[in-house]
Structures are given as structure tokens and as C-alpha cells.
Design a protein around this ligand. Structure first.
Ligand code: ADP
Ligand code: MG
Length: 286
């Protein structure tokens, strides 16, 4: 393999807004036969919008106020729309004393008045509320649960549209010889499966943690595995995969640091483009 060919490959990739950190990455990428995709912010746009709020122990406005107070310091893709929605409605946010981001679960905040607020996935909320009903969601929708003390305050329904290019990217990777494609997400099974179905991915691993994402990708070997992700929760798996590719969006800094390559244009089609570039480069280099 000649370094010159790799430099050519890296510059072709750079023209596609894919920053490859070292030429050796192209060689591994050319041999990749298994790909794992994160869902939220990777296969989906990561530009969610609040669609509606189902009140429970609190009103619609109170639910949004509590959630926005807890989310204002979070970089999760659901934090922005929740905070923006509260701001648009000119709701005052209660004062927050401490906030903890619990990876793949949500956020946990203590308010100045001593109450504790959780915002996130149902299992995380049920730790304090006990069993809660799940709303029926349409495709492209996801639910964020809000608790206050030990009560369910309400449920925020967000739209998180699938990227227009996701299905095509999956099919181009298959045509490039990728035998195994999986989704590895922290989200709940029902939402994960509806997105997987829409982009034609059959293997779905839902409710994963940053650590189980690593184990799932390791189990996809001995084929070299490419992982594509965007979030803080993807940093360990991006580092552990044979090639980690980060989608650069908000909060993607940690993901980008752990990845071998970064898509700076936030365009998922680049995953397939760079796979083709790597195959061409290695043919030339050999
Ligand atoms: P993925 O692995 O698909 O990127 P994440 O692990 O980022 O998904 O999120 C999975 C689920 O965790 C979300 O669907 C949401 O329910 C919950 N979650 C995680 N962090 C937050 C947060 N800051 N605010 C609200 N929900 C969150
Ligand atoms: Mg994600």
C-alpha cells in the first residue's frame, strides 16, 4: 500500500466532508463487512420537535416547565426542542440546583424547592413512579416521560423524522458487500423497530447502554465492524469498533473525539460514499 494512494483517498473523503484521521482507516474501511448504526441523531435527523404533551399529575404547561428546566444544560437531541418550546410559550422555568445526565436514560434535576425531576425514557421514570401507561405513537414519533417526585408529571411526544438518505445509505452499503447491518440504540424497542423497518434493517438491539453497545459490536466480529453514531453515549462504541464514524451535530464533540472519521456535513449518505472511496483507494494502493 502506498501512502500516496491513501493521501488521495483522504482528500477524496475530505471533499465529501468526511475527515479521516489517519490513512490506515481507509484500509480497514475497505474490508468492513458489518455495519452498526445508532438510531437517534444518526438514522434520524436529530432535529426533533415537540408535537404534543399528555398531562398526568401536572398540566401541559407545568410538564413542559419541569422538563425544560432539567434539559437546559443537556446536549441530547431531545433537549433543544423541549427548551425551545418552553421559551416560545414564554414559560418561566423553575430554578435548578443540580442536574445529572444519565447516559441513555435521560436527565435528573433537583429544583430549588427541593423536588426532584426526571426526564427521559419510561424505564428511567418508572424507577420512581412505578408502572406507567405507554402512549400509542405514530411512525417517526417518540415519547419523553417527565416525573416530579414520585409522580408522572406528563408525557412529551416528539417527532424525530428519519433522515431522507438513511434507507438509501443502507441499501448502498449492502450493494458494496456489507453482509450484516444492525441498529444499536438506547431507545425503546417499539420506536427502534419502526425506524429499522423503514430503513430496511432487520437486526435491532434496543434499550442498550454505552457498555452494551460495545459488546454488541464486538459480537459482530470477526468481520471488521463499522459503527456510525452521534451521541456522548456512542463514544465508547465508536472507539471500540474497527472503524468509528461520528455524525457531527450538536453534542457530537465527544463522539467525534472517539471516532476514526467524522462526517462534518451531518449527511448520512457520506457513510456509503466513504465506503466506496475506501474500496477504490485500496484497489489502487495494492
Ligand atoms: P440512541 O442510542 O438511539 O442515540 P439515546 O441513547 O440518545 O438513543 O436515547 C435513547 C432514549 O433515551 C431516548 O429515546 C430518550 O427516551 C432517552 N433520553 C436520553 N437522554 C435524554 C434526554 N436528555 N432527554 C430526554 N430523553 C433522553
Ligand atoms: Mg444517538
Amino acid at each position: 500500500a502506498t501512502p500516496v494512494a491513501f493521501m488521495g483517498g483522504m482528500s477524496s473523503a475530505a471533499k465529501l466532508n468526511v475527515i479521516i484521521k489517519d490513512g490506515g482507516v481507509l484500509e480497514v474501511l475497505a474490508r468492513v463487512r458489518a455495519v452498526a448504526f445508532d438510531k437517534t441523531g444518526t438514522l434520524t435527523e436529530g432535529k426533533a420537535d415537540v408535537v404534543e404533551i399528555h398531562p398526568a399529575a401536572r398540566t401541559v404547561d407545568e410538564t413542559l416547565q419541569l422538563a425544560a428546566a432539567a434539559e437546559q444544560y443537556s446536549v441530547h437531541v431531545f433537549a433543544d426542542p423541549i427548551v425551545a418550546s418552553a421559551r416560545t410559550q414564554q414559560l418561566e422555568l423553575p430554578e435548578v440546583v443540580t442536574v445529572d445526565e444519565v447516559a441513555t436514560n435521560g436527565v435528573l434535576a433537583s429544583l430549588a424547592d427541593g423536588t426532584s425531576v426526571r426526564v427521559g425514557k419510561p424505564s428511567f421514570i418508572e424507577e420512581v413512579t412505578g408502572p406507567i401507561d405507554r402512549p400509542v405513537l405514530s411512525a417517526g414519533e417518540t415519547a419523553v416521560y417527565v416525573s416530579v417526585g414520585d409522580e408522572l408529571a406528563g408525557v412529551i411526544i416528539l417527532s424525530d423524522p428519519i433522515r431522507e438518505q438513511s434507507a438509501d445509505t443502507v441499501s448502498r452499503l449492502r450493494r458494496a458487500g456489507v453482509a450484516e447491518i444492525a441498529m444499536v440504540t438506547g431507545d425503546i424497542t417499539s420506536t427502534a423497530e419502526s425506524v429499522a423497518h423503514a430503513v430496511d434493517i432487520q437486526t435491532v438491539h434496543a434499550e442498550t447502554t454505552p457498555q452494551t453497545k460495545v459488546r454488541i459490536v464486538q459480537a459482530m466480529r470477526p468481520r471488521p465492524v463499522l459503527m456510525v453514531g452521534d451521541g456522548i453515549n456512542d463514544a465508547p462504541v465508536l472507539a471500540a469498533a474497527d472503524v468509528g464514524v461520528a455524525m457531527a451535530g450538536r453534542g457530537a464533540t465527544v463522539a467525534s473525539e472517539s471516532a476514526a472519521a467524522v462526517i462534518t456535513s451531518n449527511d448520512i449518505a457520506r457513510v456509503a460514499d466513504v465506503a466506496y472511496v475506501s474500496r477504490r483507494t485500496v484497489q489502487i494502493a495494492l
